[in-house]
Design a binder for this molecule. Structure first.
Ligand code: TTP
Ligand code: MG
Length: 454
């Protein structure tokens, strides 16, 4: 029974990592900001809207992004800060309903009908008012904007939150679903990856309306029973997936069905690697690491097999996950043709420890005890008490520091034995001034926010 009310809500923070950086670094407000890997092969996690104007996009190489937008501040991610904001957002959503399904740090579905709101209040006017109230609460509690969508299904809610982004709200009235979907590209539907999109384009299918021109058995013939039927239904706004508070924690994966049987192993390997890029991104977004990699292959005769490998330690490192997936796929016989490949990761662990090590290199244990409640930032000395520099402690741009004389700030740049600090810190309203000190200045400490124990 499809829902009669727009009671599925989806919230997604705007330019999430970059927005947190602009909030915590007043000098960057209104300016282009790129958050990503700062090393030579770094990739953009996200960019502020000021940087997107120049064409900077998630997953682009940082060198390319810098070329498009040379004025942008390029910052290393501060996961602890993002996770703290995420906890506030998820708690705000939990006030609406007990049924919240987090999809990543900055995104979640809510089933409003599972809450104790008056069912009569879940009409378009009621959900609109609720959505505006939610957005106001998120803004006042986090200082950040989000976009909210609602509709009669997860599909509609997710598409709606994206359509009026940033800082928008869209409630899709029951009955309006098809009109909204029809002009959108098929890639907006779940499960339509680049391979499927190309196969559909070769039949002249680009929009959802075009897709509705294909009969169900044509789609089933091209994509297999499961994917073909699912796509047929999604194109008609038929989506009865429940909001599931438990799902998020089990596994993250992607799979794609091909229009023809594939025997080319290297092509299959390339598809798995492509899907793994998205899977790894979702791991990073969720702030977690995975221990187990699973590859799934459906053969021409619909015989499906899965192969898993468990790593010695949980990781969110793309190269490690790729090696494991490649080995797994290499052990599968594909000579008779393959209809579907998928890859997923599971066995999650909180990222915190790994991230701290990553941010701090091989630094020794912090000299000062960390606040066990996890709220106060711990600091790491840049020199051991005896005076020797801690070589692996990297002063990456964007990280929070404290200087005995100059006070709190963040690393704007470092090199040639010097580090430039911007003297402003989370909670400040006005831009701070810039100072340069020696990078082995014993009065300088790196402030690593300690994540709350999960
Ligand atoms: P998104 O919600 O996809 O992107 P966004 O919040 O930055 O921008 P908007 O929603 O306004 O379009 O992802 C949330 C965060 O996840 C993002 O801020 C950074 C991280 N992320 C990555 O690390 N790599 C990626 O490729 C993407 C897309 C996101
Ligand atoms: Mg977002």
């Amino acid at each position: 029974m499809p829902r009669q009310q727009p009671s599925v809500l989806h919230l997604d923070m705007d330019a999430f990592f970059a927005a947190v950086e602009q909030r915590d670094k007043p000098s960057l407000r209104g300016r282009p900001v790129i958050v990503g890997g700062t090393g030579p092969r770094g990739v953009v996690s996200t960019a502020s809207y000021e940087a997107r104007v120049f064409g900077v996009r998630s997953a682009m190489a940082v060198w390319q992004a810098r070329r498009l937008c040379p004025k942008a501040a390029v910052l290393t991610p501060r996961f602890a800060a993002y996770q703290a904001v995420s906890a506030v957002v998820m708690a705000t959503l939990a006030e609406l309903s007990p049924l919240v399904e987090p999809m990543s740090l900055d995104e979640a579905f809510v089933d409003l009908a599972a809450g104790d709101s008056d069912p009569a209040g879940l009409d378009v006017a009621g959900v609109t008012a609720l959505g505006e109230e939610l957005r106001a609460r998120v803004r006042s509690r986090t200082g950040l904007t989000c976009s909210v969508g609602a509709g009669t299904s997860k599909l509609m809610a997710k598409i709606a939150s994206d359509l009026h982004k940033p800082d928008g709200l869209l409630v899709v009235a029951p009955g309006e679903e098809q009109a909204l979907l029809d002009p959108l590209p098929v890639t907006r539907l779940w499960g339509v990856g680049p391979v499927t999109a190309r196969a559909l384009a070769s039949r002249g299918v680009r929009s959802v309306a075009d897709l509705r021109g294909l009969a169900e058995d044509e789609l089933v013939r091209d994509l297999g029973a499961a994917a073909g039927r699912a796509l047929f239904r999604l194109a008609r706004a038929q989506d009865d997936r429940a909001v599931d508070a438990e799902r998020a924690s089990k596994s993250i994966g992607a799979e794609e069905t091909f229009p023809t049987d594939v025997t080319d192993r290297s092509w299959l390997g390339a598809q798995v690697e492509r899907m793994l890029v998205g899977v790894t991104r979702r791991l990073v977004e969720a702030g977690i690491a995975a221990r187990t990699v699973t590859v799934k292959v459906r053969r021409h005769d619909f015989d499906t097999l899965t192969r898993s490998h468990t790593l010695p330690a949980a990781t969110d490192d793309a190269a490690t996950l790729r090696r494991a997936a490649r080995t797994l796929l290499g052990a599968v016989d594909v000579s008779d043709g393959v209809r579907l490949v998928g890859v997923s990761v599971s066995g999650f662990e909180a990222w915190s420890q790994q991230r701290l090590e990553w941010e701090a290199g091989d630094a020794p244990e912090p000299a000062e005890p960390r606040d066990p409640a996890g709220s106060a930032p711990a600091t790491l000395p840049l020199r051991r008490p005896g005076g020797a520099a801690v070589p692996a402690l990297r002063l990456l741009p964007g990280l929070d520091v404290a200087h005995e004389v100059h006070g709190r700030g963040w690393v704007q740049g470092a090199g040639h034995g010097r580090v430039t600090l911007r003297l402003e810190a989370p909670g400040d309203d006005l831009p701070g001034r810039v100072v340069t000190v020696a990078s082995d200045d014993p009065r300088l400490t790196l402030a690593l926010a300690t994540p709350k124990p999960s």
